[in-house]
Design a protein around this ligand. Sequence first.
Ligand SMILES: Cc1cc2nc3c(=O)[nH]c(=O)nc-3n(C[C@H](O)[C@H](O)[C@H](O)COP(=O)(O)OP(=O)(O)OC[C@H]3O[C@@H](n4cnc5c(N)ncnc54)[C@H](O)[C@@H]3O)c2cc1C
Length: 349
Amino acid sequence: MQLIHAQIHNVTPAEILPTFTEFAEMLDLEVETSAEGLALQVSGGRIGLTPAGNGLALRLEAESDRRLYLLQQMVLNRLDRMNPVPRLDWERVDAGALPPNLSIATVEAMQRISPNFTRVRLRFPDVARYAEDGLHFRLVLSALPPDQAQGGSVSTWPVIDARGRTRWPEGAAALHRPVYTLRQIDVAAGWMEFDVFLHAGGRVSAWTERARPGDRVGLMGPTTLKRDLPDWVAFLGDETALPAIALYLRNLPAGTRGQAILSCADPADRQALEVPPGIALTWVDGSPGTLLAALKALPLPPADRFVYFAAERADAEEARRWLREDRGLTKSETNVTAFWSRDEDGSED
Ligand SMILES: Cc1cc2nc3c(=O)[nH]c(=O)nc-3n(C[C@H](O)[C@H](O)[C@H](O)COP(=O)(O)OP(=O)(O)OC[C@H]3O[C@@H](n4cnc5c(N)ncnc54)[C@H](O)[C@@H]3O)c2cc1C
């Protein structure tokens, strides 16, 4: 267990505790309140706050350095919501070091696997961390638009600042952090692969053209695959969700029943997927509305069901509305995510 303490100054428990209880409610976290203060159980750790001195003593516990650092960032982000933002002093800060949640990876290979997908193989020392239920990660690379970015390596890495926060490079060294999905992994050989769906104007698409073996990019993550799914599942997604759906299908218990529906604008981008025998896999075209129509035509069982939908933002919003409001599925029976947005101008970093 990793542990760090801090003092939060000039603030009363009544001023600070609501920001943490609100947060716990939002994430459905377990909260323990007592005369001594408040404790939150978060994934892989614990946040404890007790009155002390002119404010509160903070105690963070986590199972790894990486999780501890993520908890530190989470607490700082919560405090930022207060006005005025209270001062927080950590007992130690590794100022100038790389954030522990960042892995530096070397490009080993790039391969165009179909007309609109490039498979990227990365090598990095802590690849084993991604093997156990690893799902998504953030790829860290230049934020410059395709016509300005040069080379395939990150020029300046983020570092921990004196306040214990990640300081991201700015200006021409600014970094883009889009989310990607693990596709294949070989821990013994030390590599992991992910698939990039190539689209016009995309900074990652352009990076796959200029990157060369030996170039260095960052990875942050991973998030983990949801297990304990019910016996009936439906997975629907477009090209960007193909890797995530492939990973889910590969990991489903053999007896799972249901449907997988993938849309691809170009039929040549369809991939051979490992699918349990009880799941019917269907490919549909990528024309507007096709994936949503397929969702709305699904015969949903009345209970013991789970529906996953990942695609462009507007489609994801309508899928969520239809599943929750029209069909009455609960939050835990659905996982609906916008994987990309048509309206983004590509400068969100
Ligand atoms: C959880 C999660 C997992 C994901 N996994 C994968 C994955 O494994 N493989 C994968 O290819 N993508 C995946 N995505 C989607 C990917 O993160 C987005 O497509 C992201 O915007 C790509 O960044 P970019 O640098 O290519 O585009 P940017 O440079 O940020 O954007 C440039 C322009 O491209 C547009 N754009 C972005 N995505 C698309 C698209 N798919 N089609 C058409 N236009 C687009 C934007 O609207 C913007 O105008 C995932 C997303 C999420 C949330």
